[in-house]
Structures are given as structure tokens and as C-alpha cells.
Write a protein that binds this ligand. Structure first.
Ligand code: GDP
Ligand code: MG
Length: 639
């Protein structure tokens, strides 16, 4: 888009009578450009009224300024209406100021919109009161702030084509009836807007202070360090101290604190002019006269850097150019957001069908999917997310632990005969003693076996619960039914498995082994003759009978423990797997199918979670909004 150069604009804008401004833009902006202005601004305004700002950032000019910087005065001068005034922070919600230049003879039109309200205004005098009402409605009657937008739309022959976002003034000290962190709240809100690449920051700063110390410019610097999208507006030039005028001139000429978009200087109504009820129109004439007659600032007018009407021109140009530039990115973003929303909607599903028969099928489907999920786990074929493990892997770790415990027992086994001795005198080591020892060894495994069961029960319970959650999370009644059944079945099965384990250990009290275990093989006898009959250290002193029979029994015991632990290392896992995994899964599936029996219950089971219903509604709304926006941008002719 080609913009008129700065130089030509200044000369053409020598007209300042506001009555002439209707024709002015045609002269200044040129035919070729003028036709784009309204469509560009309207496009973005219409997207904003669709609510697209919830989905993405729209190109906008945001006005920021320290408290009492003259921000409101500038906006009043641009819009031709009085805005609420007072010593407290006046703008308490972001205010969208939509200015639309109308044909010379058409009447003034105004409208304030906020949330679900739309208030038509009869004349400019009503604006102030209605904005106050709107702010009280949105931010509460105190002096808090609110994020919600108020829109003031004005159509008049005396306004430029421009949409501005007026953000609350930056306050440092809270008034007694304001939240203490009001300054922080406001800054946060301002930062949210000026942070966006899509925002042109209009920083309003008084000429009679050191601009580097102003909060507005500091904040803009933080988010836009190179001053790419910040424009400075100097106010109150009539209050500049004698002698420092040239400093102000160099600021406006962009020689001090450089900004790509430069500076403008304007003079608005001072306190006395307001008290004398000077009309905004007359104030503009005064402004013109002020600059024309000013020894130092006159030059700035000639350079096209001064007065409200010129500022209006510049802002319109900036906005339209900015919008034009943003449209391709906007189209891309709309597309991305739409895809995202559609994906999310797909994820939460279309919802429960209407008719009873469809509902039944829907429920059967859900339950079948759940059953499939359980089966996959049983088969060790479930999908694992992140660094979680398959249930089987976890179970195996527990069984390994169990096996290790059994192995350790053989390794650590020491004959401690006196402990097991019965009536027999020393030397008589009989089979009964052997049995006692074997039994007490077996006994030590019962507790660890039950521990293993408990650990695995917990694993199964939580894994199955996760599956139920995954499949039924949208329907809390269905989920809690499943969870109830799951808990019941798991604890029944756990009791069942515990009984089985007890039974297994009872059987293990029978000390039984096949004969061939103790028909000593050759090597066994040799081992015994070569080493066991003599003391290992001296090899001279023959061992006593007692020593020899203890040694022999110890060897027998080792052999017996080997077979016994080998058996338990398989038997206990089998009991646990059978009861806790397979039977649990079968019973759970059967119980879930029973839910279908009671037709009355189906509606109850399929009640969706409220936040899900809300989310689906939001997504549907968002999709509609984005589609409408996409259509509008697609139809836009000036891309
Ligand atoms: P805001 O708090 O930033 O919105 O600032 P206001 O617009 O309320 O202005 C603060 C005070 O400065 C008011 O009394 C205005 O009348 C006064 N003011 C604003 N602009 C000018 C100006 O250009 N010259 C003079 N003398 N006073 C101004
Ligand atoms: Mg003020």
C-alpha cells in the first residue's frame, strides 16, 4: 500500500476549520488510498464484534498514558465527545473507540455496547454518563478495573476514520476505595495488549516532564525495544517551561528517544478551558493558533508533526496500513485456530445421541471399547504413554522380587539344629527334625507371598481404573458405576487369591518329595567322603557322628528347599495372575454388560459432565465465529 509522503501531507493540511474536515481526507490521503480506509477498519471492527479477539490478537492502536498525562483529552479531541472525567482513574475497562466519518449532512450517531447491552445515544452529551454506567456495570461501582471491553461507536462528520483502544491510565497509588494492587492490575492489563505484535502502541506523554521517566514510554520500550510499533504523543505544549522548548522540539523531531513511527505534539484543553466550557471545536482552533504563533513549535506544525487533525490523519494512515499488512498473518491464524478447535471438538466427541435406541447402541459401544481396553492390558498389548510401563512389565518386576526372595532363602539357609531339636538325644537326627525345619522354612514365605499379592492387586486396580477413566471420563455416572464394580470385584478377587495362597501354604506343610531326590548320586557320595568326614581345617581330626549327620541333613535340606522354592516361584504368580488379572477382567466385563439390562438407567449413565457440555458449546461457538471471520477476510477485496 502506498502512503502519501510526510512532506506533502503537511502542506495540504493547512485547512483547520473542522467544518472542512469532511472533505479533508480526500485531499490528503488521495483518491487511490481513501477507498481502502473504511473497508479495512470495518473488517477488523466486524471481526472484533464477532468476538474473534478471544481467539487471536487483532491489529489495533492501543492508547496508554500515565495518570494525568492528557490521554483522555487527546481522545476527546479526536472523538469530539466529552469522556468521563474525575480525579480517580477514569478508564476502568478497556474502551474501544470506534470513530466513523460520515457525510457532512448526516446526523451524529452514537452507541455504547458492553456485554449484552446496546445503548443508542441521542447526542454527544450522553456519552459521559453512559460510559460511567457501563464501567460501573462491568467493573463494579467501586474503583476496580475489569478486562471486559466497552465499545463506544461514533458516526459523525467531525471524526476521523479510526478505531482506538483506550486502556486504563497507569496509576501508581491506589485511592482509599481501590484495591491496593490496582496499579499492578492495570499494568498487567496494559502489558497484555501492548505485548502483542498486532498492537500499535500510542504512548501519551506530557511535554513538560522528562519523557524518559514516564511509565507509558518505559512500558512500551520493554515490549518494543526498537520502537518499531510505538508512536509518541506529546501533550501540554503550553505548559513547557521557558527555555526548554527546544528540548521538546528535538523530542518531537525524533532525535532523543527514537521511535520508528516518530512523535506528534498536540495541545488540548487545559483545566481553565474546560472550566470556561470551551467547546472541543473551538479548542481545535485554539490549538491551531497556538502552534502557528509559537516561536519554537511553529516549525513542528510545518513539518506535519503537530495538532489533533494531523494526528488523526496519521493514526488513520498507520492503522489502515497496519491492518493491510496484518491480513495475511490473520488469515493464517484464523486457519490454525479453526483447525485446533475442530481437533479439540473431535477429541471430546459429538456427544450423546438423542433417541433411546441410539443411546443404547452408544452405551454398548462405550462398554465394548472399555472391554477392549482391559483385554489389551491382559494381553500385554496396551499403548503406553510417556514413561509409564505396561501392567505386565510392572507385574513382572514384582514377581522377580518374589523369586529373588526365594533364592535368597536357599542361599542364606544355615542349619541351626538346637532350634528344631525334639525329644531325641544329640546324635539322633531324625526325619521328624528334617520335617520341622522344612515346614518352618516354608512358613517364612507366606507373608512375602501375600505382600506380592497385595502389591499386584493395587497395580491391577489402578490400571483398570485408568482404563475406566479413559473410556468413561465424560460420563461421571458411568465412570462411578464402573469404579464401584471394579473396587468390589478387585477386593473379592483379592480375598479369593489370599485364600488360594493360604491353601497353597497349607499344602506345603506336607513335606513331600519324589524318592530320586535323595537317592544320592555318585558325586554326592564322593563329595561326602572326601571332604565331609574330616575337619576342613586340619584334615586330621575325623568329624563326629553328630557333625556328619548335621552336615548331611543340611545338604538334604538344601535340595528340598530348591524344589520347594522352584514350585512356589511359579505357583504363587499363577494364583495371582489367575485371580487378579484374568478372573477380575472377566467378571468386570460381565458386570459392565449387566448395566445394559436396566433400560431406566441408560439416560442416567450417559449424563455428560457439565464442563464437557460447556466446552463443546464453547468450541462450537468458536468454530462458528472463526468460520464467519474467515469468510469475511476471504471476501475482503483489498489484500
Ligand atoms: P489523563 O488522566 O491522562 O486522561 O489526562 P487528562 O486528559 O484528564 O488531563 C489531565 C489534565 O491535564 C486535565 O486537567 C487537562 O485539562 C489537562 N490537559 C490535558 N492536555 C492539556 C494541554 O494540552 N494543555 C494544558 N494546559 N492542559 C492540558
Ligand atoms: Mg485524568
Amino acid at each position: 500500500m502506498s502512503l502519501p509522503s510526510e512532506g506533502t501531507r503537511a502542506e495540504e493540511l493547512t485547512v483547520n476549520d473542522l467544518d472542512d474536515t469532511t472533505e479533508q481526507p480526500d485531499n490528503v490521503l488521495g483518491q487511490q488510498y481513501e477507498y481502502k480506509i473504511r473497508p479495512c477498519i470495518d473488517l477488523i471492527d466486524s471481526l472484533r464484534s464477532l468476538g474473534v479477539e478471544k481467539d487471536l490478537a487483532l491489529p489495533v492502536i492501543a492508547v496508554i498514558g500515565d495518570h494525568s498525562s492528557g490521554k483522555r483529552s487527546v481522545l476527546e479531541a479526536l472523538s469530539g465527545v466529552n469522556l468521563p472525567r474525575g480525579s480517580d482513574i477514569v478508564t476502568r475497562c478497556p474502551l474501544v473507540l470506534k470513530l466513523k466519518k460520515s457525510k457532512k449532512d448526516l446526523p451524529w450517531k452514537g452507541k455504547i455496547s458492553y456485554q449484552d447491552q446496546d445503548v443508542e445515544l441521542q447526542n454527544p452529551g450522553e456519552v459521559e454518563k453512559e460510559i460511567r454506567k457501563a464501567q460501573d456495570y462491568m467493573a463494579g461501582a467501586g474503583n476496580g478495573v475489569s478486562q471486559d471491553l466497552i465499545t463506544l461507536a461514533i458516526e459523525s462528520a467531525n471524526v476521523p476514520d479510526l478505531t482506538l483502544l483506550d486502556l486504563p491510565g497507569i496509576t501508581r497509588v491506589a485511592l482509599p476505595n481501590q484495591p491496593r494492587d490496582i496499579g499492578g492490575q492495570i499494568k498487567k492489563m496494559i502489558r497484555e495488549y501492548i505485548n502483542r505484535q498486532e498492537t500499535i502502541n500510542l504512548a501519551v506523554v506530557p511535554s513538560n516532564v522528562d519523557i524518559a521517566t514516564t511509565e507509558a514510554l518505559k512500558m512500551a520500550r520493554v515490549v518494543d525495544p526498537d520502537g518499531e510499533r510505538t508512536l509518541g504523543i506529546l501533550t501540554k505544549p503550553d505548559l513547557v517551561d521557558k527555555g526548554s522548548e527546544l528540548d521538546v522540539v528535538s523530542v518531537v523531531q525524533n532525535q532523543v528517544c527514537t521511535l520508528k513511527k516518530g512523535y506528534m505534539i498536540v495541545k488540548c484543553r487545559g483545566q481553565s478551558e474546560i472550566q470556561n466550557n470551551i467547546f472541543l471545536e473551538d479548542a481545535l482552533l485554539n490549538e491551531r493558533a497556538f502552534f502557528e504563533n509559537h516561536e519554537h513549535f511553529g516549525a513542528l506544525l510545518e513539518e506535519g508533526r503537530a495538532t489533533i487533525p494531523l494526528l488523526a490523519e496519521k493514526l488513520t494512515l498507520e492503522l489502515v496500513e497496519h491492518i493491510s499488512r496484518s491480513i495475511p498473518a490473520l488469515e493464517t491464524q484464523l486457519k490454525t485456530r479453526l483447525l485446533e478447535a475442530e481437533k479439540k471438538l473431535k477429541l471430546i466427541g459429538a456427544g450423546v445421541p438423542e433417541s433411546e435406541s441410539e443411546k443404547l447402541i452408544f452405551l454398548i459401544n462405550r462398554i465394548q471399547h472399555f472391554g477392549k481396553g482391559i483385554n489389551q492390558v491382559i494381553q500385554g498389548e496396551e499403548e503406553v504413554i510417556g514413561n509409564s510401563q505396561k501392567l505386565f512389565t510392572q507385574i513382572r518386576t514384582n514377581f522377580d522380587k518374589w523369586e529373588k526372595k526365594l533364592e535368597e532363602c536357599i542361599y542364606n539357609f544355615r542349619m541351626d539344629l538346637p532350634l528344631y531339636r525334639g525329644r531325641e538325644p544329640t546324635g539322633f537326627v531324625n526325619y521328624k527334625t528334617f520335617e520341622n525345619i522344612a515346614r518352618s522354612q516354608v512358613q517364612t514365605f507366606e507373608e512375602p507371598a501375600i505382600d506380592t499379592l497385595n502389591e499386584i492387586s493395587e497395580l491391577v486396580r489402578s490400571t483398570f481404573n485408568d482404563i475406566a477413566l479413559k473410556h468413561f471420563c465424560h460420563y461421571h455416572n458411568l465412570y462411578s458405576s464402573a469404579k464401584g464394580k471394579l473396587e468390589e470385584i478387585c477386593s473379592d478377587q483379592q480375598k479369593e487369591a489370599e485364600k488360594e495362597i493360604h491353601r497353597q501354604f497349607k499344602r506345603e506343610q506336607i513335606i513331600y518329595c519324589r524318592d530320586n531326590l535323595y537317592t544320592a548320586p555318585q558325586s554326592y557320595v564322593q563329595r561326602n567322603t572326601s571332604s565331609t568326614f574330616f575337619d576342613q581345617e586340619t584334615l586330621k581330626t575325623p568329624k563326629t557322628n553328630v557333625e556328619m549327620s548335621v552336615e548331611l541333613m543340611s545338604q538334604h535340606m538344601q535340595e528340598y528347599l530348591k524344589t520347594m522354592t522352584a514350585r512356589l516361584s511359579k505357583q504363587i504368580p499363577l494364583i495371582i495372575l489367575h485371580c487378579m488379572l484374568h478372573e477380575c477382567a472377566d467378571k468386570l466385563e460381565a458386570q459392565m454388560l449387566l448395566l445394559l439390562q436396566d433400560k431406566e438407567n441408560i439416560n442416567m449413565l450417559l449424563v455428560e459432565k457439565e464442563d464437557l457440555v460447556r466446552e463443546r458449546q464453547n468450541l462450537n461457538d468458536q468454530i462458528k465465529r472463526l468460520q464467519a471471520a474467515q469468510k469475511r477476510v476471504a471476501k475482503f477485496p483489498y489484500k
